[in-house]
Write a protein of this length. Structure first.
Length: 449
């Protein structure tokens, strides 16, 4: 559930940009010995394209529609009992290095190729783009899970980029002491591919995209995994990892995320009740038919369907599921198309909520004859299929970095899963629930039978 932040945090978010603060120790924090990396000469981010495709689409939309907004992002560790304080120095070193990078000519040429929907003026802006260190901060903070406070504060089109890089850096540090058992990992991946391929041969229709860049624990594994999926899994259509899409010659997959809804909650002259409609309107106007998968759960799927009327249902290619019962969501989406006189077989249902191989196959079996089934599979392909030397088992860190404030106003994500409700101020949550007549979709998958 949401935790109320301190007045100090609120004041900090509203202040002008500051230079980075590096406190060696805060009151109440016990700092364990500093972490010693296996390979001190290796950076976890070497190219700015080592991020998610949706960052480019969202940034272009904001670049053209709302270029002067400010945003405040915070990192949150959901995994219990994990101490991040030993990584303090390494995180700061990685961020220092990150802020020296620029898009290379190879990357810019690749961006044009794998993301043809991006505009020329935005790509020209990317050519000069460089992250500014003064916008990203790391402090010790005993009140937070993990013992670190990590936040970004500045122009929205700047600080949005830190999200994926921060998650990648921390996840890679957390796994840096382990060695992949390549033979066992390949075997596990091959077993999943065999299951997907067997379903395809039975006539079950679906597509798979790799959504693992934000959950990455190893660049070497990610490249091997995507290359293997390209070569041996006919259902595979692309990756959200822009660097790998360029390098391996596959599609870059992604549209928009919850941060669009969060940012619009702080934009002047957009009432809270109209935020969802304005995101859909601006997105469709910006990309004119491209990137047509709409994220459906920010204010709950019931509220989304009220705004996703016949016009938008025809205009967008489909919708993405990210919370709530996946079967209920699928039935509701198909029913919504049917009620609006739209053939659901012409539309896409994209499921992307913490799926593994078996879960995806069960969903595909149920829906593939009624809608085009697509899967965005992240943590499973990027981490869970991995095996490590010595039989060591370690789950990926459960963590997020979210846009918490837009232009000094709190933003909320309600979702259809209580554990994913995200906002530090209960009053803001209540206002959003009232504005969108919030009612999460049923949890019981038999509720619609």
């Amino acid at each position: 559930m949401a935790v109320k932040v301190t007045e100090k945090t609120i004041a900090r978010a509203k202040q002008p940009c500051r230079t980075v603060v590096r406190k060696r120790r805060a009151v109440g924090v016990t700092v364990n010995k500093q972490y010693q990396r296996k390979n001190k000469d290796k950076w976890f981010v070497n190219n700015l394209t080592q991020t998610d495709t949706y960052k480019f689409g969202m940034c272009q939309c904001v670049f053209h529609k709302h270029p002067n907004e400010r945003a405040y992002w915070e990192f949150k560790l959901r995994s219990e009992g994990v101490d991040l304080t030993p990584f303090y120095d390494e995180i700061n070193k990685e961020l220092d290095h990150l802020c020296t990078l620029k898009f290379t000519e190879w990357e810019l040429e690749g961006i044009r190729r794998v993301m043809p929907w991006l505009s020329d003026d935005f790509i020209e802006w990317l050519a000069d783009f460089q992250l500014k260190r003064k916008y990203i901060h790391v402090d010790y903070d005993a009140s937070r899970n993990g013992g670190l406070h990590i936040w970004a504060d500045g122009p929205a089109i700047q600080v949005t980029w830190f999200e994926i890089y921060v998650l990648k850096i921390i996840q890679n540090l957390f796994f840096d002491d382990l060695e992949i058992d390549w033979e066992e990992s390949k075997k596990t991946l091959n077993e999943s591919i065999a299951k997907w391929n067997a379903a395809l041969r039975r006539g079950v229709k679906f597509t798979i995209s790799d959504f693992g860049v934000r959950r990455s624990v190893s660049d070497e594994w990610n490249e091997y995994m995507v290359k293997t999926m390209i070569d041996f899994c006919p259902a595979f259509v692309g990756t959200s990892n822009v660097y790998l899409a360029i390098k391996l010659g596959c599609k870059a997959i992604g549209t928009f995320a919850h941060e669009m809804y969060a940012l619009y909650q702080g934009i002047k002259d957009i009432p809270l009740e109209l935020v969802q409609q304005r995101v859909l309107e601006d997105w469709s106007d910006e990309f004119r038919g491209d990137l047509g998968i709409a994220l459906s759960d920010n204010f709950g799927f019931n509220a989304f369907l009220r705004d996703f009327d016949k016009y938008y249902a025809k205009l967008f290619d489909g919708c993405r599921h990210d919370s709530g019962d996946p079967y209920v969501w699928g039935e509701m989406l198909i029913d919504h198309y049917t009620k609006n006189g739209i053939n659901s077989k012409s539309k896409v249902g994209c499921w992307s909520d913490s799926l593994n191989c078996d879960q995806s196959l069960a969903i595909a079996e149920r829906f593939h004859t009624r809608i085009n089934v697509a899967f965005g599979i992240g943590g499973y392909l990027a981490c869970k299929v991995l095996r490590f030397k010595g039989g060591i088992k370690r789950d990926a860190l459960r963590m997020i970095m979210k846009l918490v404030m837009s232009n000094g106003k709190y933003a909320v994500k309600l979702s259809d899963s209580p554990g994913k409700v995200n906002c530090p101020d209960p009053k803001v949550i209540e206002r959003a629930m009232d504005a969108y007549r919030y009612e999460p979709i049923p949890e019981n998958k038999d509720a619609l039978d």
